[in-house]
Structure formats: C-alpha cells, structure tokens
Design a protein around this ligand. Structure first.
Ligand code: ADP
Length: 488
C-alpha cells in the first residue's frame, strides 16, 4: 500500500456527495406581533390587520395593517406637508440622508436578507448576495445624483414633482422599494409606498432604517394592504404613480390615471427570449439558461422563460440542461445551499400549476428535476417543456414560476421574428461568440434590456424597463431620475 492509499483507507469516505443542511439562523430578526402604518415618522394604528406568512411552511410571521382609503389619504397629506421643506433642502443635504440609508442597509444586510427569505421564500444566498447589496447600491448611486441634478439635465432646470405614490410587487420586495424610493428622494420628492400584500416585512423593517437615518418625518411613508389600498393610492392626491406589477393591474391603473395630470411609469410583465446560437459556449449558456429561469423561482418579470435554441444544437443543449437541472437543490429558503426556494404564495402556485397543466394538455413534453419537495409550504419543481409551439399558452403567457419553454430556430432572422412574437418586451438574452451578431440582434429585438452571454444582471447605473405590454418609463441610471422631475 502506498502512503496515500493508507491514509485514504483510514479517513472516512462519504458514501454520497449530497450537501449537509446549512440553515441560516433567524435569531437576528425581531418581529413585532402587529404592525401599524408608518406615516409622518410615526406608527399609526389601523382598524384592520391580516397575517403575513412564511411560504416555506405557511407559518404566520406577523399581523400587518390593511390601510383604508382614509389611511392612504392621510399618508398622502402628510407626505404633501413634508414635500416643500424636503425639496428646499440643498441636494448635498438630501444626499447625506441617502448615503446614510445605504450605509445602514449594508450594516444590517444580514437581518434584511434573513427576513426577505423568510417572508418571500427566495433562497438566502440570493437575498444575501443579490437583493440586499443591490438595494444598498441603489441608494448609494442615487445619493450621488442628488446634488448634481442641474448637471444631469443641463439647461432644463429640473424640479421635483411633489408626492410620489409607489406600488411594488412581491418578487424583490426591498430591491423594488429601493428602485422606487432612492431616485424619488434624490430628485426632491416625498413618497408614499405600498409593498405587496404577501411581502410587507422588509419594507416595514426599512421604516426603522429611515428612523435611524433621522430622515425628516413624512418624507418616506409606508402603507400596507392589498390591491384596494393600491387603488386608493392611485386615486389619492399624488403627483406621480410608479407601479411595478402585473400587466393587468398596470392597465387598470393607466385607465384610472388617464385624464389627470399625474405622471405615470409602469414596469409590467415579460416573456423574455433567451436565444442560443450554435457558436455559443454551451456550458456557459446552460448556466445562463438556468440562472435566467430558475433564479428566484422564476418570479422575475425579466426571466428568460422562452428558450430559443438553434436547431443544430438542440439535442446537446437540452441534454446538458436536464443534467444541470437534476443538480439544483430545491428546499428551505434559509438553507445556504438552496438554489431554488419556495413559491411565494398559494395563489401563485395555483397559477403555475394551471399553466403547466395547459402546457401538457396542448401537447408539450414535460421534464421536471427529480427533487424531493417539502411537505409543508408552497413548492414547484424546476420544469422544462420541449416540443412547444409558439401558439401554446406556455409560450405566450407569463408564468412567473420555475417553468421554461424550449423552442427552436434556424436563422438569426427567424430568431428575431420568434423572439418578438409576444405582447411583451422587457428583456432578452443572446448567446453567441460573435460580437457583430450580438449587435445585429440587439438592434432588432424589441426589448428594454438585452443581455449578451449573461442573463439577469442588474446594476443601479443601468436603465431598466419595457416596450409594449411590459410598460413604459425607465428605472435605474440617469433615466430613472427623469420620471421624478419636472422641467421648465
Ligand atoms: P403580481 O403579479 O406581482 O402579484 P399585481 O399587479 O397583482 O402583480 O400586484 C402588484 C402590486 O399592485 C401589489 O402591491 C398589489 O397589492 C397592487 N395592486 C393590486 N391591484 C391593484 C389595483 N387595482 N390598483 C393599484 N394597485 C394594485
């Protein structure tokens, strides 16, 4: 026996290579039993409350206020009273508050990450490495613009609008809050923000950051509740509505705002094409496909939910993809090894199940990764459909879940035509070795964001938004300031 053989003989060799559990402790999060409405720097009582739960096991986490129309009107009034003084502050002073918020978010990032995963169901490694750092980065970025607005828009005399009403969805709760609040405050507006009904907790914890940062009372107000609270905010005396959510609700908001002088930006659904050419680096492309659709359980408006593979490489790509899917670890969002967490709500799970059933019914072939799903909570195995026709519902409608539809193409022209054959236009991905092809494709794809040899990358300096039924207006970058300003 060689020395090495002797040593390996003594050391225990694991029988298989599955990961041991690595749960993140939830001790860092201190929840109140009941939350009110954060208005004017104080917690106001509400008449009604509802329970918010953890989607991983359906356990109740806290009771949250259901703001009434009168509560919303009051919050908007308080924001209005605070608006003049906030707008009159020198930009460099507003910047200090934004920098402070960014720093506190970074300091308390673990607490926020745990709470985000607990209330939303997303894997802790995503909330820890993506959501929370990006949220802090947005505040840092817009803090930098607060005292440079005249340089950002030369000769246009930018002025704040007044009060912004902001309505956000449940898929990236704190990140969407930062996309909304950071540019609004940098531009000199005050805000009333309504988080989604299933994921209010990080927005409520953010109120404590606002307190810590000593932001003047009334500059940031948070009202929780369901769609009726959102509708009340749209109808209230606000100067602007910024909405991220479903196309259906976006259309309803647009109808309500029509005829008023409220400004509006809408960031709505998507059905992105992720296009893989035969010269692409296939293993990297497969990673990009997986990240494109299984990141955040596919609860991503810009998810790469339609995969277009060039016909000549269809078989190896699908084979590699299935092999990779089998290694995805699905389970407890608070486990540091988890790749795919819980579905956000029962309602969303039912919607995914309905569309997957339609896919099977219409004749597509289904493959699901062979994972064991927990018994309690809301779960859906990573799924891929092959043999998909463009007319199928799974190729047309936004599923907002871990479900991919694979289609094929032969030429770049055909890829463009098929990719654009959707009512949406939020994002797209291109995988190819040729730079010229990337540029050729990017010019022709009707999508607000086009990624090349990567997917689902976000940066505060980069504008994000859609065409067609994916909405209008941009968030992020210099473009993200403009909807919060008036110009002489
Ligand atoms: P999602 O598919 O992300 O759940 P929704 O559009 O239903 O999208 O929800 C996004 C946000 O819009 C949530 O905060 C929700 O409470 C709010 N909302 C729902 N209905 C309305 C409405 N009629 N008016 C204003 N906001 C609404």
């Amino acid at each position: 026996m060689t020395d090495l053989e002797k040593r390996s003989d003594r050391s225990p060799v694991p029988a298989d290579w599955t990961y041991a559990p690595a749960p993140e402790s939830t001790d860092i999060v201190r929840l109140q039993e009941r939350y009110g409405l954060y208005v004017g720097g104080e917690w106001l009582e509400a008449a009604e409350h509802y329970a918010t739960i953890a989607p991983r096991d359906e356990s109740p986490l806290a009771n949250v206020a259901q703001a009434s129309e009168a509560d919303v009107r009051n919050a908007v009034g308080v924001a209005r009273e605070a608006a003049a003084a906030w707008a009159a502050l020198p930009g460099s002073e507003r910047a200090k508050y934004l920098f402070r918020i960014a720093r506190i978010l970074a300091e308390r990032s673990r607490e926020f990450a745990v709470l985000e995963s607990l209330n939303g169901g997303k894997p802790i490694k995503e909330s820890r490495d993506v959501d929370i750092p990006l949220a802090a980065a947005h505040f840092f970025y817009y803090a930098g613009w607060a005292d440079k607005l005249e340089y950002a828009f030369p000769n246009r005399e930018p002025r704040p609008l007044g009060v912004a009403g902001q309505i956000i969805p449940w898929n990236f709760p704190l990140l969407m809050l930062s996309w909304k609040i950071a540019p609004a405050l940098a531009a000199g507006n005050t805000v009333v923000l309504k988080p989604a009904e299933t994921t209010p907790l990080t927005a409520l914890l953010f109120c404590d950051v606002v307190r810590q940062a000593e932001l003047p009372p009334g500059v940031v107000n948070i009202v929780t509740g369901d769609g009726s609270t959102g509708a009340a905010l749209v109808d209230a005396d606000v100067d602007k509505i910024a909405f991220t959510g479903s196309t259906e609700v976006g259309k309803a908001i647009q109808r309500r705002v029509a005829g008023t002088d409220k400004k509006l930006t809408l960031e709505l659904g998507g059905k992105a094409a992720n296009i893989v050419f035969d010269d692409a680096a296939l293993d990297q492309a497969v990673e990009g496909i997986v990240n494109g659709i299984y990141f955040n359980q596919g609860h991503v408006c810009c998810a790469g939910s339609r995969l277009f593979v060039q016909e000549s490489i269809y078989e190896p790509v699908v084979e590699k993809l299935k092999k990779r899917m089998a290694t995805l670890r699905v389970g407890d969002p608070l486990d540091k090894n988890t790749d795919v967490g819980a579905i956000n709500s029962r309602m969303q799970l039912e919607k995914i199940e309905e569309l997957v059933a339609a896919g099977k019914e219409e004749g597509a072939e289904i493959y699901q990764s062979p994972c064991r799903l927990p018994e309690k909570g809301y779960w859906f195995a990573p799924t891929v459909f092959t043999n998909v026709a463009q007319s199928y519902r799974i190729a047309q409608e936004e599923i907002f879940g871990p479900v991919l539809s694979v289609l094929t193409f032969r030429t770049p022209d055909e890829a463009v035509e098929k990719a654009n054959n959707t009512p949406y236009g939020l994002s797209a991905g291109i995988w190819t070795e040729k730079g010229s092809r990337i540029l050729w494709m990017a010019q022709r794809l009707r999508a607000g964001v086009v990624w090349a040899n990567t997917f689902n990358r976000f940066d505060p300096t980069s504008p994000f938004g859609g065409y067609k039924e994916s909405g209008f207006g941009r968030e992020g970058g210099l473009h993200g300031l403009e909807p919060y300003l008036d110009f002489v």
